[in-house]
Design a protein around this ligand. Structure first.
Ligand SMILES: [Ca+2]
Ligand SMILES: [Ca+2]
Ligand SMILES: [Ca+2]
Ligand SMILES: [Ca+2]
Length: 192
């Protein structure tokens, strides 16, 4: 009985110490352990941030290790034509994979891909609350990305042109690196 009470009190005290830790108030031995754990977490986070400080080459290498581009390249010619390219974004931005893009998914993409000036009503032209593929083709093509990303002007998007296009969008401070606040989008949209 006494042991049970002691354990309960200890559990409460440890819980209180963890709670007070947020205010950096010391609670003796337990606090020391907790602080070590917090520091370990910080070290791990820093390591990840450094490792993911990608330039365009590293971004391309990582992306090309996935199957996304090959899956989008339906005719297997190692390029994305405009249909394949447009569909790649429809699939990527349909976060719940239900075959349609709803307003929540679209608003997320507008923020994450910096689609400044994009207007939901101009994309969902029939006003049913979803962007169907035909509506998407029109809205997406109006942005002009396909031409802009085709840097060698051959009318097709090769894989490096694709990764450079995404990289440029996400490199918001234009330092040619994706830092830890910028690369997070990669894991959201193209992480394995
Ligand atoms: Ca193709
Ligand atoms: Ca959806
Ligand atoms: Ca619609
Ligand atoms: Ca090209």
């Amino acid at each position: 009985m006494k042991k049970t009470e002691t354990s309960t009190l200890k559990a409460i005290r440890n819980g209180l110490c963890l709670f007070l830790l947020a205010g950096t108030i010391s609670c003796g031995g337990e606090t020391e352990v907790a602080e070590t754990e917090v520091m370990d977490n910080e070290v791990i986070t820093d390591d990840v941030a450094m490792a993911e400080n990608w330039d365009g080459d590293a971004y391309y290498t990582t992306f090309s290790g996935t199957n996304y581009y090959e899956d989008w390249d339906l005719d297997d010619d190692n390029f994305l034509n405009e249909d394949e390219y447009t569909t790649s974004f429809y699939q990527t931005w349909d976060a719940d994979n239900d075959g349609m893009i709803n307003e929540t998914e679209w608003n997320t993409v507008v923020a994450d891909y910096n689609l400044t000036g994009a207007d939901w009503a101009a994309w969902d032209t029939d006003g049913d609350g979803f962007i169907e593929t035909a509506e998407f083709d029109t809205g997406f093509n109006n942005m002009g990305w396909y031409t802009a990303w085709d840097t060698d002007g051959d009318g097709l998007i090769e894989e490096r042109e694709y990764t450079d296009g995404v990289f440029t969008i996400w490199d918001e401070n234009d330092d040619d690196l994706l830092d830890d606040t910028e690369y997070v989008y990669y894991n959201t949209y193209y992480g394995i």
